[in-house]
Design a protein around this ligand. Sequence first.
Ligand SMILES: Cc1cc2nc3c(=O)[nH]c(=O)nc-3n(C[C@H](O)[C@H](O)[C@H](O)COP(=O)(O)OP(=O)(O)OC[C@H]3O[C@@H](n4cnc5c(N)ncnc54)[C@H](O)[C@@H]3O)c2cc1C
Ligand code: HEM
Length: 404
Amino acid sequence: MLSAESAALVRATLPAVAGALDEITARFYGAMFRDRPELLDGLFNRANQASGAQRRALAGSIAAFASALLRNPDTRPDTLLSRIAHKHTSVGVTDDQYTIVHKYLFGAIAEVLGDAVTPEVAAAWDEVYWLMAGALIGQEARLCQEAGLRPGRVWRRWTVVERRTETPDVVSFLLRPADGEAAPRARAGQYVSVRVRMPDGVHQLRQYSLSSTPDGELRRITVKRVARRSDVPDDEVSDLLHAQVREGDELTLSAPAGDVVLDDPADATHPVVLVSAGIGCTPMTGMLAHLVATGSPRPVLVLHADRSPADHALRIETRDLVDRLPDARAVFWYERPGPAEPDARQGLMDLGGVRLPDDAAVFLCGPLPFMRAAREQLMRAGVPARRIRYEVFGPDLWQPGTAA
Ligand SMILES: Cc1cc2nc3c(=O)[nH]c(=O)nc-3n(C[C@H](O)[C@H](O)[C@H](O)COP(=O)(O)OP(=O)(O)OC[C@H]3O[C@@H](n4cnc5c(N)ncnc54)[C@H](O)[C@@H]3O)c2cc1C
Ligand code: HEM
């Protein structure tokens, strides 16, 4: 809980801090990576850093947390914290690193806001930071404990037992723990981080959703090769996985993480609606496979949009899984339909003519513009916002208050 004195000071300075967040975070990361370059090796995603995406995510989350505390000093915005805690766990953030971030973040705030940061103002924002950090550290410790991990010890080696080309752009890797031990517990909808050494020697992490059922000893990830851009360096992990990883090779994976999961006790008996576009199909296929593996009687509706049937990764598997469920159907939309899917609808996803089950748990994943459009259509069709869970394949810039 934020003290009354701190709340008054944070309220008075929030507009100044919020207005200068871009500059504060630019200085913060600049100084931190200058003094601690090892944090860019195997922890921070350098493409997110270069594009500014992660910077905005961190800055936005602290401002959102402070505003939420001011509105209601006794509660904490759990959805926001939970997503960050899961991401931190999947990249192996350790408790001591919160002190490093604190040092550089507060150094940057003092530099940018100058005299406005009196000792009292600094102490008030300190309180906000440590309330947030404390809540995150607590959640991260709990997640590690649940997964049987020591904090910071998230990495294991996995052997690629099968590599399968799904579409011209998409490859799946089926994986088994290389150490012969049991696979860690995972929940349908979760992701893992994959850690690879790039050609320049720097390690990079990227997250990939589990695209097969998490019920057995094997796990699968399904990776779309990101189109190269001529104006940025060639450091893509997806490119490296496509070009270099073959059957029999080993990959380093984190324990599973992610809070957009199918078996949330709050909606475990409700119908399920899975809405995706492009490579956003991966967590949906994992959830469908889990429903099949557990013999679920839940009504299921799969809605997917893609460029064409040939570009639709895991299409045949999705059809097969739907056929194996007692009460499931699928509707596909293609910009360029083809004979492989004669019943598919043409164009972008349009939920106008689709009957949605009442009181369903809805899962959404795909490019941000697609998710915004789909969410709007779902809400117009009467689905309450609290029933829609979404996974973003990048830093979440879609939190309340930051959505465009
Ligand atoms: C929870 C989660 C689950 C995910 N699940 C999947 C999944 O199941 N399947 C899947 O394929 N992907 C998934 N992703 C996305 C995946 O993690 C990677 O982001 C994706 O593979 C791209 O990584 P990359 O290293 O290949 O490209 P990056 O190097 O990260 O590049 C990404 C983009 O940034 C641009 N970029 C790179 N460097 C710069 C620069 N210097 N300046 C400006 N722009 C730059 C690139 O051109 C490219 O457009 C998931 C992401 C998350 C967060
Ligand atoms: C109170 C302090 C912190 C806050 C508010 C915070 C906030 C965030 C947010 C909002 C994200 C993006 C989550 C998403 O994917 O949507 C994130 C990711 C991340 N955070 Fe933190 N963070 C904090 C502390 C730390 C610390 C101490 C470290 C370690 C030095 C760290 C390392 C990372 C990394 C590596 C990622 C993933 C980056 C990426 O993939 O680009 N964070 N954090």
